[in-house]
Design a protein around this ligand. Structure first.
Ligand SMILES: CC(C)C[C@H](N)C(=O)O
Length: 564
């Protein structure tokens, strides 16, 4: 990793050294990405890029080559193939012209594209409108937002990831959370830690493939190559080292039925031939849980492919039919016939929240357990999104046993007698956090901050209403997510779940948690009508974190059992 960055830096500072050409696309990408915080370096970089582009368009690898050719009329120098330029570079330029948080870079890249177009190159355009297929682009936090805190975070994200990902832009509604998210993700993927960098991104790919999330797979294929990963591994699971392969069983179980993980799984890894250390296992488990949960966020918010992904841009001229699903998206939010119903729905919900505080009842332990079981068994009947995708070959190569999927925990309990996970026997705060920190330093603290931020985040609003204490509603959502995985908090009265969560919301939670790949725009539109998009994204952040925490609780408990 380091060397590519150094390479890029050398390039950036050295005014195109003779021995380098733009044929080395990897360097070019870094070259582009290195647009730094410092405005002078940025304009220097941009100057170099435009000179290099000139040369390339004229058919030479570097300006020096072009000059040499002009002077010598040397027929031995073959003009460059333009294809890689078109395929590799234009989407990058396009991405920078739209998504770079630095205004100067955006406009320069835009100008370069126009210039190229005038010189006869076909310029691609993006396929989707904006970062999400559920949220209209003009309602998403813009890359040049006036909010200083968010702007800083966008810049951080851009410099960390060489891009401002759609996911990050959507999270921009909640800067406090985004801050914590970026720190953690940076740490587990690029910070100090026991696993090599290529392994980290490959594990991300394997985990995302369980939910057929080509968005995350593509991002991490690129990252994998950028940090020196071996290209053949990307052909699929048959081409990777046994050590990585041995992790697959855990990845599969955790994605769909985390309650099945046991100390035997850990034992197999650490006592097997390929010597997984406990620290490595810990690091892997966190990456796995992180990416499974990220799949839920990607689908739950309808994240569009990035512009430089294969299906994110096209060279075909635009036609009216591609404006796909954005037409009706603002319906539920203003002036439509349903908006009065929606407002009434929110009022009624707030009324029910008030009632909770008034009933001073103290249910017995049995009563509390019965309520949990009721919520759990009712969730069996919920329709979770039906539209099943059949996975593409480009994803299937990272998947084994594709038919293994979620099964309702309530069924598990009855048939295989797997007991409910009692959150007070093994909790994140009391056991998980310190174990994580012990095996992989600082990670417990980072995750703790992220979980707490998501759990406690509030603006005291409900749609258009302000000054509302929303904690009971948020707690119901969080605990309901845990309920999907058979985790019970026994100081919580699950009657509140039924009291506060309407059916659409419950089935949305179930679909996003358990079958993320099935979420449709309709599911998104139907739940919490009358609430703002930022609030629906807020719910998705809770989904992400509660799901991640649930997977980690099962994994860490298995680790503890193995260690004692
Ligand atoms: C998920 C939302 C209902 C959260 C609410 N807007 C709050 O500020 O707490």
């Amino acid at each position: 990793m380091q060397s590519i960055i150094e390479d890029g830096l050398r390039w950036l500072m050295a005014d195109m050294p003779e021995d380098r050409t733009l044929r080395d696309e990897k360097s070019l990408r870094f070259f582009l990405a290195l647009c730094s915080r410092d405005q002078n370096s940025r304009s220097h970089a941009l100057e170099n890029i435009s000179r290099a582009l000139d040369a390339w368009v004229d058919g030479y690898g570097s300006p020096q080559e072009a000059v040499y050719h002009n002077n010598h009329h040397d027929a031995r120098i073959q003009p460059l193939d333009r294809k890689p330029l078109v395929k590799e570079l234009l989407p990058d330029l396009l991405r920078f012209s739209i998504y770079c948080p630095f205004e100067d870079v955006r406009s320069k890249c835009g100008a370069l594209l126009l210039d190229l177009q005038e010189r006869g190159l076909k310029i691609p355009r993006r396929v989707g409108r904006g970062p999400s297929r559920f949220i209209p682009e003009n309602e998403i936090v813009p890359v040049d937002t006036d909010d200083e805190e968010t702007q800083m975070l966008f810049v951080d994200a851009f410099l960390q990831n060489n891009r401002l990902e759609h996911i990050v832009q959507v999270m921009g509604y909640h800067p406090k959370y985004l801050d914590s998210f970026l720190k953690t993700q940076q740490y587990i993927l690029r910070g100090d830690g026991p696993l090599p960098y290529d392994y980290r991104h490959y594990i991300a790919i394997m985990a995302s493939a369980r939910h057929q999330c080509s968005y995350l797979i593509n991002l991490h294929k690129t990252e994998f190559l950028l940090c020196g990963g071996e290209e053949t591994w990307l052909k699929g699971l048959d081409h990777i080292p046994q050590k990585l392969r041995d992790l697959y069983e855990i990845i599969k179980i955790l994605a769909h039925r985390p309650w099945l993980i046991s100390k035997n799984h850990i034992e197999k890894l650490t006592r097997g031939n390929d010597n997984w250390s406990l620290a490595e296992v810990m690091h892997a488990l966190i990456i796995i849980a992180h990416f499974h949960a990220m799949c839920s966020f990607v689908y739950g918010c309808g994240i569009h492919p990035e512009i430089d992904e294969e299906n994110g841009h096209t060279f075909r001229p635009s036609s009216s039919s591609d404006s796909e699903d954005n037409h009706s998206s603002s319906n539920s939010h203003s002036g439509s016939p349903t908006s009065t119903d929606a407002a009434a729905g929110i009022e009624a919900l707030m009324e029910r929240m008030k009632q909770l505080n008034e009933t001073g009842e103290e249910p017995t332990q049995e009563e509390m357990l019965a309520r949990f079981q009721k919520v759990e068994s009712q969730s069996l009947e919920l329709e979770a999104g039906k539209s099943q995708l059949s996975p593409k070959a480009s994803i299937l190569c990272y998947v084994e046993d594709p038919s293994f999927g979620y099964e309702d925990f309530a069924m598990r309990g009855a048939v295989q007698e797997i007991p409910t996970f009692r959150a007070q026997d093994f909790s994140w705060e009391d056991q998980g956090y310190s174990l994580a920190n012990r095996l992989y330093s600082d990670i417990g603290t980072l995750l703790d901050d992220k979980f707490n931020t998501a759990y406690n985040l509030t603006y005291f609003t409900m749609g258009p209403n302000t000054d509302v204490d929303t904690s009971s509603f948020r707690r119901a959502i969080w605990n309901y997510i845990h309920c999907m995985y058979g985790i019970r908090h026994d100081d919580y009265n699950y009657g509140e779940v039924n009291h506060l969560l309407e059916r659409y919301l419950k089935s949305y939670v179930k679909t996003v948690t358990c079958y993320p790949e099935r979420v449709s725009k309709k599911d998104y539109d139907n739940f919490m009508r009358g609430f703002k998009h930022s609030e629906k994204v807020h719910v998705n952040l809770m989904l992400l974190e509660a799901k991640m925490q649930a997977e980690l609780l099962y994994s860490l408990r298995a680790l503890t059992r193995y260690m004692t």
